[in-house]
Design a protein around this ligand. Structure first.
Ligand code: CP3
Length: 319
C-alpha cells in the first residue's frame, strides 16, 4: 500500500525519466508496476498503480506530483467560481485505467486487484491548500466559514470519486479502497457534519456492485465509529488503536484492515515478528481482518524486510 514501489529497485528503474502522473497514463507501465510487489513480496492482493489525484488531472485541473513533496495544484480551489473547474468525470477521461486493468486481469490470475480513489476530504485538502498541508488551515477555514460552499465542493468530489471507482470496478477490480488519509485532523463532530455525508455518498454509489469497500484513514482512532457509519465493509486502522478495541469502536458487521506501524519494519527481524504477533493476537477474535501496515511503506525501507513480513504473516495465519 501507498507508494510502496518507491522502496523497490525494479520500480525506480522502470520509472526513470518518466514523471509520476505520466506513468499513471501508460497502461503497460501501470501493469508492470502493479505486478512488481506481487512478484517480489508474494502479497495476497495487488493494488492498482495510480494516485489519488489522477481523476482530478483527468478532468483538466492543472496539478502535478512533485517528488518528495506530493500533489501540488497550480490554482487552489477557494471560491464558488472555482467550483466550475470541477466537472464530472466520464470513463473516456480515464480510458487508460480501463485498458490497464484489462491487461492486469490477464496477468493476475487468482490474485485480486484492489482499485482505489481519494476520499472527498483528503482530495479537498490538496485542492484548497494547493498542496500537502500539516494544519489544513485553508481547508478548515472554508469548512467552518462557508459550510455551503464546502458541502458543494465535497459533493462534487464525491461524484468524481464515485465515477472513478465505478470505472475500476467495471474494468475488473475485485475490491476498492477509499483513502481519507488526512481526515484524522478533524474532531468527530466536524467529521459527522462536514465529511461523513460525502464519503457515505461514495460508498452508496458503488454499493450495488459485489465488491468489498475499504475505508482508510490515519490518526482516526476517535473517528472509527463514524467511519463505520459511512458505509464501508472494511475499516482501516492505524497502529494507535489495538484491533480488538478498534472493533468495539467500529461496531459489528465490518472487517478491519491494518495495523502494524510501518516504522516497525526498521527494527530487527525478531522485533518485527513480536510486533506482528501482537497485531495478529489482537485480531484473533474479529469478524474479519486484512493484515496490512497502518500507513504507507517508506521509500527508505529495506524491501527484504517486507518480503520477510509477508512470509511471517503467511506462516502465522496458515490454516
Ligand atoms: O503503493 C503504490 O504504489 C500504490 C499506488 C498509490 C500511489 N499513491 C502511487 C504513488 C497509492 C495507493 C497512492 C495513494 C495516495 N497518494 C494517497 C493515499 C494513501 C496514503 O498514502 O495516505 C495519498 C495521500 C497520495 C498523495 C501522494 N502522492 C503523496 C503523499 C505522494 C508522495 C510524495 C513523496 O514523494 O513523498 C505521492 C506520490 C506517489 N504516489 C508516488 C507513488 C508511487 C511516489 C512517486 C515517485 O515515484 O516519486
Amino acid at each position: 500500500m501507498r507508494q510502496a514501489g518507491r522502496s523497490l529497485p525494479e520500480y525506480l528503474k522502470v520509472r526513470e525519466g518518466i514523471p509520476m502522473l505520466e506513468s499513471c497514463m501508460r497502461p503497460e507501465l501501470v501493469t508492470e508496476i502493479t505486478l512488481q510487489p506481487v512478484r517480489r513480496h508474494k502479497v495476497d492482493a495487488a493494488i492498482y498503480f495510480s494516485d489519488i489525484v489522477v481523476p482530478l488531472k483527468a478532468i483538466g485541473l492543472d496539478l502535478d506530483i512533485k517528488p518528495g513533496i506530493g500533489p501540488v495544484v497550480a490554482e487552489p480551489i477557494r471560491t464558488r467560481a472555482d467550483l466550475a473547474r470541477l466537472r464530472e468525470l466520464t470513463p473516456d477521461d480515464v480510458s487508460y485505467v480501463t485498458e490497464a486493468i484489462g491487461m492486469l486481469m490477464g496477468e493476475l490470475g487468482a490474485t485480486p486487484l484492489i482499485g482505489f480513489a481519494g476520499a472527498p476530504f483528503t482530495l479537498a485538502s490538496y485542492l484548497v491548500e494547493g498542496g500537502p498541508s500539516r494544519n489544513h488551515e485553508h481547508t478548515k477555514a472554508m469548512m467552518y466559514g462557508d459550510p455551503e460552499l464546502w458541502a458543494e465542493l465535497l459533493d462534487r468530489l464525491a461524484d468524481i470519486t464515485s465515477a472513478f471507482l465505478k470505472v475500476q470496478i467495471e474494468a475488473g477490480a475485485s475490491a476498492v479502497q477509499l483513502f481519507d488519509s488526512w481526515v484524522g485532523a478533524l474532531a468527530p463532530v466536524d467529521y459527522r457534519r462536514s465529511v461523513l455525508p460525502a464519503s457515505a455518498k461514495v460508498f452508496d454509489a458503488i454499493a450495488a456492485y459485489d465488491v468489498p469497500r475499504i475505508h482508510f484513514g490515519v490518526g482516526t482512532g476517535e473517528l472509527l465509529g463514524l467511519m463505520g457509519e459511512a458505509g464501508a465493509d472494511v475499516v482501516g486502522v492505524d497502529w494507535r488503536v489495538p484491533l480488538d478495541e478498534a472493533a468495539r469502536r467500529v461496531g459489528p458487521g465490518k472487517a478491519l484492515q491494518g495495523n502494524l506501524d510501518p516504522a516497525v519494519l526498521f527494527a530487527p527481524t525478531a522485533a518485527v515478528e513480536t510486533k506482528t504477533r501482537e497485531v495478529l493476537d489482537a485480531a484473533a477474535g474479529l469478524e474479519g481482518h486484512i493484515f496490512n501496515l497502518g500507513h504507507g511503506v517508506l521509500p527508505t525501507m529495506d524491501p527484504d524486510s517486507l518480503t520477510r513480513l509477508v512470509e511471517y504473516v503467511h506462516t502465522q495465519t496458515a490454516r
